[in-house]
Design a protein. Sequence first.
Lengths: 186, 202
Amino acid sequence: MNPQTVAGAGLLLMLNIPFIRRIMESDMAYHMLLQFPLILLAGWLLARGFPEPAKKWNYAGVTGLLAASMILMFWMIPRALDLVLINNTLELLKFLSLALAGMALAWSWPLAGMIVRGFFLGNVLPMMMVVGWLYIEAPVRLCNSYLSYDQLRTGSGLLALSIAGSLLWLYAFFMPSNQAGNSEIR
Amino acid sequence: MKTLLASVIVVLLGVWAVASMSEGFELLTSEQARRLDIQRRQPVVPNVRLTDQSGGAHRFGDWVQAQNKFLIVDFIYTNCQSLCRALGSEFQQLQRNIVERGLQNRVHLLSISFDPEHDSYAVLGQYANHLQANPEVWSFAAPASADLEILLQTFGVTVIPDQTGGFQHNAALVWVAPSGKLLRVTDYASGEQLLDELVKSN
């Protein structure tokens, strides 16, 4: 078995240990900015051991990247963040869908050309920016289960992440030497 | 072609998921969901034990029906430094408004503490004095500790401890009919406006 796949599966299992899950979900910033990316990473690693499936259904990675951005969008709804804390089915769905998004990214990113990648990033990065800004500016708490201070930190984190992502993207765009802009993800 | 088909399916699935999470694009937060849920279901107040600021013991449901008034309920704790202050001054204003319009036979204000460990009836009494609450218009009460959970659940109040030893909670006004049904939940600054509606409707 591919070592990356093993690492991905291990990471996914580790994130599911109740103790670790509790810590990560006790704080809104850990939940969104640490647990989410780690599940994505686990899915991404997991997929590395397998060849891209059904390439015909995923021409230029369009379907996969679309699915990944949909999943990311869904998990930015504040109510969803609140609900997974009390609803186990939804919590399971969160792990599955985010891992799937990671896998879709791993399989689709190499297939995607400049335009499809640009479309994906042009969708996800501004979305993170808007949500981050919303979390910072909202006069009330958007998640009943999290403190307003945590919301502020999460918003700042999302904003920072989206800006960093945009800068990386720009960098990759103007540095074509490193193999067609693969640098962001690899 | 296949990719197009798959993409359409993915988008439809995504829209469906977002639509169900947002109750058909009506809301984004669980606070909005809670308000909509209460407005639709109109649950009855649980008949839990409440102690008022002068030490009187009541059963919540029976108490509401015996008073036969509209209740405006908010949730507080007396150690609160931030949001409850806002709620307190909102209620002071509502109290003035109710007295000016002579509505004290039809509307009553009730502040319920979710910190019964600390907020004994004596503490609540002091707090009421401090806020110059008129007992004819504005009561304070705390549930028995064992009943707190069910009370908060019915009203959809989430309380979480913060770093400074206090609590954060979703602050709002809950409108309870004389029958004991929860009618609606509104922002804490919306009292006056709803009082107007109440007067007009009768």
